[in-house]
Design a protein. Structure first.
Length: 87
């Protein structure tokens, strides 16, 4: 918005922040290219330094398994492709 750069690689999820920070007129100045530079899966990271990390990871995995049984991954992560998701 300050006219300092012409090109910036970013993720689609950044649009939410852009809309929150700038007016509709400003966001209309931003354009995107149809071709994706890179596709990536989303990850949950748990530090080994925290004593509850293993517990939290297990709770997350159980909840995620329940969600996967209810609906396809693309329902929760619209940009996801058919991938082998860790159990």
């Amino acid at each position: 918005m300050a006219s300092r750069i012409d090109l910036f690689p970013n993720m689609k999820s950044s649009w939410h922040q852009l809309i929150q920070l700038y007016s509709e007129a400003d966001t209309k100045l931003v354009t995107t290219h149809k071709k994706t530079l890179q596709k990536q899966l989303n990850y949950s990271l748990f530090t080994k330094k925290h004593s509850s990390s293993v517990y939290l990871k297990n709770i997350f995995n159980k909840g995620f398994s329940k969600l996967k049984k209810l609906r396809p991954i693309s329902y929760y992560i619209p940009d996801s492709e058919t991938k082998n998701w860790a159990e």
